[in-house]
Design a protein. Structure first.
Length: 466
């Protein structure tokens, strides 16, 4: 038998939980509800119903929280780009600070110093230097559009995936996350495709020509555009690229990528240069970084600078230390702290990223750096230390999944006097801090908000050898 649907009526959300959920207590049970904020009064449809807790969605709002403000984007709540536009920015920062505190205390369960106030962003819109738009032949229909015969689901659109849907795209009129000409370029390509009959990609059937549009806009003013298509057809490709080049002369690098795969990853593909030098230059302070089409770089340049300044301060460098930059990517953190270090040693699994790191080191005139491709666990042995020196400071900036347990054990064995742990996921960071607690104590904590109006939060922790 199918389980009976359980609906809880007039539930008042009491506190922020994390990841866009608020919580309430109903008859002693904790209920987590998505897309609500403290103060909302809602009817909740339970999707998970355990003994001590439940999880659900808001069926109906009876009262909106006094904390709410009017979202500034017409697409808010539909596309997956922003989740918190209904909250004043200062309130967003309070919830993010609370998220870091709760994660470190409840998951890490280690002794903590006072957590510094979160470093907020001065610019809360148009802050992204990179955006990826999707072309699709399946339009996401809003509730009011479902029964409107004038609005078709089978329609060519350009925008972002609807939240929770891999095959439906929200047609975006104006996105507030990146500076212009980002919207002008997307809309112009979409109009061109409509006029010239260019098909849009069907992710289910893996057919269609236009797939993605990637735009990078640097603080230096340089602009990179990479148009991704589903197959090679020179008769379609050349006129499209010429149109983009002529329509937007401010684009400094125009590329195209042929993607015949069933997924959108560019990791194993090679973008081709149509015009320009094939990369752009970005700056953090007075350091320059070459950004290739597949390079990872902090998506918010100005807040990335602030994040790296915190990491540099926490490293407490005096010019005599050897710094190991783990998960170094294109070498940005290591290069950023290099002037205060004796030597920088970067380690990264992705070969292309290490190549970029070496070029970036050369671009900034570094004489005291070395970058290596491979797994830290395998590379960092006694012979490696004999050649390059043991680290006085380790800076680690892992992906959202955190550090592998073997790497944590490796760090305990290496026993560097200072570790600076930069994280984009305080929950996995807290787990790793609990493992490091065997030899390290947490001495400084600084949250940094890289992505206003979203749920994401970065956190920097300084650890000292016991």
């Amino acid at each position: 038998m199918r389980r009976k649907k359980v609906v809880l009526h007039n539930v008042v959300m009491e506190n922020y939980a994390a990841e866009g959920k608020s919580l309430a207590r109903v008859e002693g049970k904790v209920i987590f509800v998505e897309n609500t904020i403290p103060g909302d009064e809602v009817d909740v449809l339970l999707q998970k119903n355990k003994k001590d807790w439940g999880e659900g969605i808001a069926l109906q709002f009876h009262k909106y929280s006094d904390l709410r403000v009017e979202p500034f984007c017409q697409h808010f709540g539909v596309c997956g780009g922003c989740q918190w536009q209904m909250l004043p920015y200062e309130q967003q920062l309070k919830f993010k600070q609370q998220q870091v505190t709760d994660n470190l205390k409840r998951i890490g369960k280690v002794e903590l110093p006072e957590i510094m106030p979160i470093a907020g962003a001065e610019q809360t819109t148009r802050y992204r230097n990179k955006i990826e738009y999707t072309f699709s032949n399946k339009r996401f229909l809003l509730p009011e559009e479902l029964n409107n015969p004038a609005v078709l689901a089978d329609e060519n659109v350009a925008g972002f995936h609807a939240r929770g849907f891999f095959d439906k795209v929200v047609p975006i009129i104006e996105c507030h996350l990146q500076n212009e000409p980002t919207n002008y370029i997307r809309l112009a390509v979409w109009e061109y495709a409509k006029e010239h009959g260019l098909s849009h990609y069907d992710i289910r059937n893996h057919t269609g020509y236009l797939r993605n549009l990637l735009i990078r806009i640097a603080e230096t003013g340089e602009i990179m555009v990479n148009i991704v298509v589903g197959y090679e057809d020179k008769k379609l490709r050349l006129p499209l690229l010429e149109f983009i080049e002529n329509k937007f002369p401010e684009i400094t690098t125009l590329l195209y990528t042929i993607n015949t795969k069933k997924n959108d990853s560019l990791f194993d593909l090679e973008p081709k240069v149509f015009s320009g030098k094939g990369y752009i230059i970005e700056k953090l302070e007075d350091f320059e970084f070459k950004i290739s089409p597949k390079s990872f770089f902090q998506t918010n340049t100005r807040q990335g600078e602030k994040l790296y300044q915190v990491a540099r301060d926490f490293a407490e460098l005096t010019g005599i230390q050897t710094v190991y930059d783990l998960y170094c990517g294109t070498g940005s953190i290591g290069i950023f702290v290099s002037r205060m270090a004796k030597k920088i040693v970067g380690v990264e699994m992705v070969e292309d990223a290490v190549k970029d790191a070496k070029e970036n080191a050369q671009l900034n005139g570094l004489k005291n750096s070395a970058f290596f491709t491979g797994d830290v666990i395998e590379i960092c042995d006694d012979s490696f230390f004999d050649t390059h020196g043991r680290p006085d400071v380790v800076i680690t900036d892992p992906p959202r999944a955190g550090m592998h347990e073997k790497l944590v054990k490796k760090l305990i064995d290496i026993a560097a006097p200072t570790i600076v742990y930069v994280s984009c996921n305080p929950a996995t960071q807290a787990r790793d801090l609990a493992l490091l607690d065997e030899k390290y104590r947490v001495t400084k904590i600084q949250p940094v908000d890289m992505f206003p109006h979203t749920l994401h939060i970065e956190n920097v922790v300084q650890l000292k050898l016991r």
